[in-house]
Design a protein around this ligand. Structure first.
Ligand code: SF4
Length: 665
């Protein structure tokens, strides 16, 4: 009997022969892997042929709502897209909010597994539990924002939710992503290209099936408790207003300790500011503290992109363009914003507000302080379906190559590439989306671009195992460097780790578990913290909960109570962390069984502080990454040389048989 928060059913879609088949999923599997990419990695480990071509018919692409998606749990909107990444050659997953995940669950499915390659462009329409493939010939070539609207019109179903690709995915750009709700992106790992390779333009879903919860009364009570924790007092609104003019000064004096203070003492203030401007509020602080990369990771914010510039693309400068706010399903925070740029060459109407990662990726890393160009770049990425982090980082790489004569005006059609040129950023992005001119060289990210350009350009290609790192500098928070390298999907900032704890003192939101206090530049004794945080985050992601709400930004949310009320499983904190560890280990084992050497993922020298910066907050810092990695491996019971989990660990996590079966295939 189902106890709650899942349907117990998946759909397999083989696009080669067009066969669509339902399958049952036992409660035991949810108990071990939750949903989202946790469930996806378990099924893919069992079903996918070893060494499948990521852009071939054997790669299985999963669309998986989180375990709590489709219920009314606060923050439960997120779904994962997962499969073998064509960008890194290893495990790939990415997740997005919006409304698609909950709708897929309400249409009757916990997961969709797509294999094969369709002979012609198609989209999959799942309507109240009935699935069919439909012709997408007329949609091929449409951007992701328009495709979504066109599909709703064709279906005559305005409530349908759509996950789709733009032109970048169709052209199999390795930095393309899966888009939903006009700008929510499952951005990383190049999974848009996998959809493109399958000629799958979109998945559209509609459903009203009730997703059960185990203890409705308790579930409603806990949900209400969470929502009420987010009600800012009138006082916090006033404090935010009064301190706004002196925020730059506070940032300069106290740096990220401000965020830490707010996190510990002022829930209402955090909620109020986040609700107003989302993560865009953090850009100036990140430049100031050295967290945001500057000039392809070679610069120093306070010198090369000073506050007078950073402030133009941060916080109030961004919200000035904001016309309205929007929210994901079941979210009490609602951090999204829609903007207008009324006129000029970057004019745009009701487009999504760029968040921190995007502002950094088209701002300081390119020395670009023109906000309107960044708003335009964000909208172009949403339409082409391109990962903003990878796209901005690849343009930064191109600018540095040009500066050093590795790309010349012959390659650019006569244009001189310059740092801080907003029109050029937009124009290069268009070329990448269309795979035209230099854009064709850049459209697959920095690693491929460096291979194409040659001439030693690899030294400017900042990537980890093929993927451009997120916009957070390990010289400021060394533990993010360890996460970038050890996670099965490298270069990710949403894979947990000890960085929040070391830079802001954030506490793990599980009451009965206390972790040792750690310091930023401490290199031993952190493995246990890294392990706990990454296990927690993999569990949260597999639950479909948004990390903004549940990973410490808002202190002490009763996440565990919510899970237990929804599932009836009676988990304690250690139980939840063990599930996260199982998910993390399964992702890691996907790569090991593919024959991938974890040592292929290295942190670029610049990000280690070799040579160290001569100025700014992280001047003189060289991080000891090897020590951090050793500690993490030991904590996870992974062999320091081979990276294989110990036999006992495989047994404890119930993965031994799964891996034996996979190796025999
Ligand atoms: S906090 Fe923002 S991203 Fe997260 S679920 Fe809410 S609206 Fe979506």
């Amino acid at each position: 009997m189902l106890t709650g928060s899942f349907v117990g059913k998946g759909l397999r879609a083989n696009l080669t022969d067009g066969v669509l088949r339902d399958f049952q999923i036992s409660e035991d599997l949810f108990k071990e892997y939750l949903g989202g990419y946790g469930l996806a990695v378990r099924l893919i480990l069992e079903e996918q042929q070893l060494k499948a071509d990521p852009l071939g018919e054997k790669n299985i692409l999963a669309f998986a709502p989180g375990l709590l998606s489709g219920t009314d749990a606060p923050f439960s909107s997120r779904f994962s897209v997962a499969g073998k990444s064509p960008l890194t050659g290893g495990w790939g997953d990415a997740n997005a909010g919006g409304y698609f995940g909950p709708e897929l669950k309400k249409s009757g499915y916990d997961i969709l597994l797509v294999s094969g390659v369709s002979p012609k462009p198609v989209y999959l329409w799942i309507n109240h539990g009935h699935a069919e493939l439909r012709d997408a010939g007329s949609l091929w070539g449409e951007d992701a924002v328009d495709a979504e609207l066109l599909i709703r019109c064709e279906l005559n179903e305005q409530l349908a939710q759509v996950a789709c690709i733009g032109q970048a995915g169709e052209k199999q750009s390795l930095i393309s992503c899966v888009m939903t709700n006009g700008g929510r992106a499952a951005g990383r790992a190049g999974l848009g290209a996998v959809m493109g390779s399958k000629r799958l333009k979109a998945v559209a879903v509609r459903g009203e099936q009730r997703v059960p919860v185990a203890d409705e009364e308790l579930f409603n009570k806990v949900s209400l408790k969470i929502r009420s924790r987010l009600n800012p007092s009138p006082l916090s609104g006033l404090v935010v207003k009064i301190t706004r003019p002196i925020t730059p000064l506070l940032l300069r004096v106290f740096g990220s300790r401000i965020a830490s203070f707010a996190n510990e003492n002022a829930n209402g203030m955090v909620v109020e500011t986040f609700r107003k401007g989302g993560t865009s509020l953090g850009l100036a602080m990140a430049v100031e503290s050295g967290d945001a990369p500057v000039k392809n990771w070679s610069g120093v914010g306070v010198r090369d992109f000073p506050h007078s510039k950073a402030d133009k693309i941060s916080g109030a400068s961004v919200t000035r363009y904001q016309k309205t706010r929007y929210s994901c399903a079941s979210c009490p925070l609602g951090c999204g914003g829609l903007l207008d740029v009324d006129d000029g060459s970057f004019a745009a109407k009701r487009v999504k507000r760029p968040e921190y990662e995007t502002l950094a990726a088209f701002g300081p890393i390119l020395l670009n302080s023109n906000l309107e160009s960044i708003i335009k770049a964000n909208d172009l990425c949403n339409r082409y379906g391109m990962d903003t982090i990878s796209a901005g980082a690849t343009i930064a790489f191109a600018l540095e190559c040009y500066e050093n004569g590795l790309i010349t005006s012959e390659d650019t059609g006569g244009a001189e590439l310059r740092w801080g040129n907003p029109a050029q950023v937009v124009s290069l992005l268009r070329q990448m989306g269309e795979r035209e001119a230099l854009g064709d060289v850049l459209a697959d990210g920095v690693k491929k671009a460096a291979e194409r350009i040659g001439k030693g350009s690899e030294k400017y290609a900042i990537h980890i195992g093929g993927q451009e790192p997120a916009m957070h500098d390990p010289r400021v928070s060394p533990s993010i460097g360890a996460t970038y390298v050890v996670d099965a999907a490298p270069g990710r900032h949403t894979a947990g780790g000890a960085s929040f704890a070391e830079s802001m003192g954030t506490r793990l939101p599980l009451n009965n578990i206390s972790l040792p206090k750690i310091h930023r530049y401490q290199y031993t004794g952190k493995g246990v913290v890294h392990r706990a945080w990454s296990n927690y985050v993999h569990a949260v992601n597999s639950l479909g909960l948004c990390e903004f709400g549940t990973s410490g930004l808002i202190a002490d949310l009763p996440v565990l109570e919510l899970v237990n009320a929804a599932t009836g499983w009676g988990l304690d904190g250690y139980g939840l962390l063990t599930i996260g560890e199982r998910v993390q280990t399964a992702r890691h084992l996907f790569n090991l069984t593919e024959g991938l050497d974890p040592k292929r993922c290295v942190l670029p020298e610049r990000l280690k502080g070799r040579p160290p910066l001569d100025y700014g907050p992280s001047a003189g810092v060289t991080i000891d990454l090897d020590a951090l990695l050793r500690d993490y491996y030991t904590s996870m019971h992974w062999d320091p040389e081979t990276a294989w989990p110990s036999d006992e660990q495989l047994q404890t996590l119930g993965l031994k048989e799964v891996i034996r079966r996979r190796r025999e295939r």
